[in-house]
Each structure stands twice: as C-alpha cells, then as structure tokens.
Design a protein around this ligand. Structure first.
Ligand SMILES: [Zn+2]
Ligand SMILES: [Zn+2]
Length: 157
C-alpha cells in the first residue's frame, strides 16, 4: 500500500477514536474534510479547504471547516501555524516533523526547507524536566522574488 493511502487510513482511525472517546458525532462532513486535508502535501488555509469542498460539490459552511480543523488539531492529525499576520495555515502532522519554514515578510510566501542537522540538534535538546513533543521553527526574511523587485524599484528612483 502506498504511504499516502496508509496515512489517510491512520488519520481516519485516529479521528474515529477521538470522536468516540470524546462522545462527538462521526459526521460524514468531518471525514470528507479530512480527505481533502490529506490531498495536500503543503500548507493550506481555511479558504482553500472551503473552496475545494465546494468544487467537490460538498456544501459545508466555513465555520464547519474551521471547527473540523480545530478538531483535527486537537486529535493531533493536523498542525496549525500562525505565520506573521496572515490567516492561519495548516498542514498534516506527519508532514511537518522534518522541515522548517522560511516566511517572506513582503509577500507572505512560505518555503519549506529541510535541514536534518538542525532538526536533530533541536530534537536532542533537553529543557529541564520539560518533555518536548514537537517544535516548529519559523525563519522570517525576504524571498528572492521580492528582493529582485525591491532592487528594481531602488534602481528606478
Ligand atoms: Zn510546514
Ligand atoms: Zn516575497
């Protein structure tokens, strides 16, 4: 079985377990949203998800999508990122353990970079009796496209 297929099966099982143990309803909407989440290998926001649900002719409200995402965060399938002042971005947890984020403060673009040495280093840190489950690292700066644009405007002055 492909890794992707296995991942969605694990996520569905996790969600089912979470809903059962918290006495929440196993609505088909929640599972449909989960499927759309798993079609993403990158970051996405609520609006993107909402539009994708619409294009699959699955009519749910924005707040249903939002609440489902909060639920997925609580049960550990999805991780929420707040990059600067933009809308919150989400990604699958299984996807996010191995990269950190470069965020352009000009256009808001997010680039993922893998840096195994750095990841290993941070993972191996001990902070007293604090038990680390995960970390996320955001590096803010200006992307090359914006850098080019900025150079052009200064040259034209
Ligand atoms: Zn990420
Ligand atoms: Zn930029």
């Amino acid at each position: 079985m492909a890794t992707e297929d296995r991942a969605i099966l694990i996520a569905r099982a996790k969600l089912t377990e979470y809903l059962t143990s918290n006495k929440l309803r196993k609505t088909p909407e929640r599972f449909a949203i989960l499927d759309v989440v798993f079609s993403h290998n990158d970051h996405f926001d609520i609006d993107t998800l909402y539009e994708e649900m619409e294009s699959r002719s699955y009519h749910v409200s924005r707040s249903t999508v939002y609440n489902a995402m909060e639920l997925f965060c609580d049960c550990g399938i999805v991780r929420k990122h707040q990059f600067g002042t933009q809308q919150a971005q989400y990604e699958k947890v299984m996807n996010s353990g191995n990269h950190h984020h470069l965020i352009c403060t000009e256009c808001g673009k997010i680039k993922e970079v893998k840096d195994a040495d750095l990841m290993r280093f941070v993972s191996s840190r001990k902070y007293g009796t604090f038990n680390m489950s995960y970390f996320s690292l955001y590096v803010y700066g200006v992307c090359s496209a914006c850098m080019k644009k900025m150079r052009k405007t200064t040259q034209n002055k």
